[in-house]
Design a protein around this ligand. Structure first.
Ligand SMILES: Cc1ncc(COP(=O)(O)O)c(C=O)c1O
Length: 396
């Protein structure tokens, strides 16, 4: 079936954070302005219709008319195994698969289960803000192995600094984000192997958040770290249907742990979580029948990314941006305008009335940047960039 991703589906009145969450968004300090004309492109959530087999599966679940306590059936595990073998040539054993109602939740459990207060945890900023807040909220300490941005706007790992931080007595955990939010890097096999080797050598547990792993550019490989590493004894991987199929509202993250001892530690803090029947039927449907939709989506996203880069080159050449290797996130460097971050914010959020995320939320490395999520109908993205460009026309 051919999907029409240009279609604008009105999400107002559906409890959407993006479209109905004005007060929440203001309380979070993201913006001062939020009204009926705001174009919200801040959170990693798509404004695009999901696969038809998924809708059919959910209708079937609704038609049962009873939504009681549910189980994880064999088909649930088989669907996960099938997807990762087919898409990423990664063999996962059934017993290695655990469930969490969310990725940030799983991160918090991992931190609590596998480290102690005041232990050091390595992250690579600029990075998805909850990595920092989960560490701080649990009284652990951030060890920032900042990524290095070259003149082309391409990010690299500082391995010397990474190894020095891994060697520190108090460092117990590393949280990898791959594909990396917000820089869009998809780390290659050599990089992943090197990160894993350093962690293994220094008894550092490696938690890999790979939930954007299906959303890479067309015909480009994504290598799960569990496949690049020499040993998986110290590796925990998060995968999810939420980013790939826009199902954040169904709360499903899978946590893959090969080492039985780590699995036991993680499970004992996680406790028992029975699934929602909607989530179980959704996962089975998308992992078996969602591939055709995903390929069409990737083509659409690639097209939008190319349009944005072309538009910026023509209308806002002072903005430095690259097509990300993975994710549908763009990380735009506004330093070329020589305006303060506050002035850039005011022009985009208050004057253009487009809601993005200020780069400073991802760490001080992001001060001059703005993050935008582009998986929305292209006409909406075009309108947002038109509005933004107009507000910067007077800057010489
Ligand atoms: C890298 C990364 N991890 C985790 C999350 C949040 O996942 P969840 O909604 O499953 O907690 C996001 C959402 O944008 C993300 O980009």
């Amino acid at each position: 079936m051919k999907y029409n991703f240009d279609e604008i589906v009105n999400r107002r009145g559906t409890y959407s954070v993006k479209w109905d969450g004005g007060q929440v968004i203001k309380n979070m300090g993201l913006t001062e302005r939020y009204d009926e004309e705001t174009i919200p492109l801040f959170t990693a959530d798509m404004d695009l219709p999901v696969p038809q087999p998924l809708i059919d599966a959910l209708h079937k679940t609704v038609d049962h008319r009873i939504f009681g306590y549910s189980i994880f059936p064999d088909e649930y595990f088989e669907a996960i195994q099938h997807w990762f073998k087919k898409r990423h040539d990664w063999e996962i054993k059934k017993e290695e698969i655990l469930y969490s109602p969310g990725t940030v939740h799983a991160l918090s459990i991992a931190v609590r289960a596998l480290t102690n207060p005041r232990d050091g945890i390595i992250i690579q900023r600029p990075v998805y803000p909850p990595f920092t807040s989960v560490i701080n909220a649990n009284d652990r300490e951030v060890r920032n192995n900042a990524l290095i941005c070259d003149d082309e706007g391409y990010y690299h790992i500082d391995f010397e600094d990474f190894e020095a931080k891994a060697k520190e007595e108090k460092t117990k955990l590393f949280i990898l984000c791959n594909p990396h939010n917000p820089t869009g890097r998809v780390f290659n096999k050599d990089e992943l192997k090197q990160l894993s080797d350093i962690c293994a050598k220094n008894d550092v547990i490696l938690v890999a958040d790979e939930i954007h792993g299906d959303l890479i550019r067309r015909n480009q490989p994504f290598i799960p770290i569990a496949k690049a590493a020499c040993t998986v004894e110290h590796i925990i991987t998060f995968t999810a249907i939420n980013k790939t199929f826009n199902l954040a509202g169904l709360h499903c993250t899978n946590v893959i742990i090969s080492n039985p001892e780590l699995r036991k530690q993680f499970s004992s803090v996680m406790g028992m979580h029975l699934p929602s029947p909607f989530m179980v039927s959704a996962l089975i449907a998308v992992y078996h029948d969602g591939e055709d939709w995903l390929e069409q989506l990737k083509e659409y996203i690639d097209g939008t990314l190319e349009w944005v880069v072309g538009f910026l080159a023509e209308r806002m050449p002072k903005v430095k941006v690259r097509i990300p290797e993975g994710t549908y996130i763009m990380w735009m460097d506004f330093s070329g305008y020589r305006l303060s971050p506050e002035e850039v914010h005011d022009r985009i959020y208050n004057k253009a009335n487009v809601l993005l995320e200020d780069g400073k939320m991802f760490g001080e490395e992001g001060l001059d940047y703005q993050r935008i999520c582009i998986p929305s109908p292209r006409p909406m993205i075009m309108e947002a960039f038109e509005r933004i460009a107009r507000e910067f026309e007077d800057v010489k």
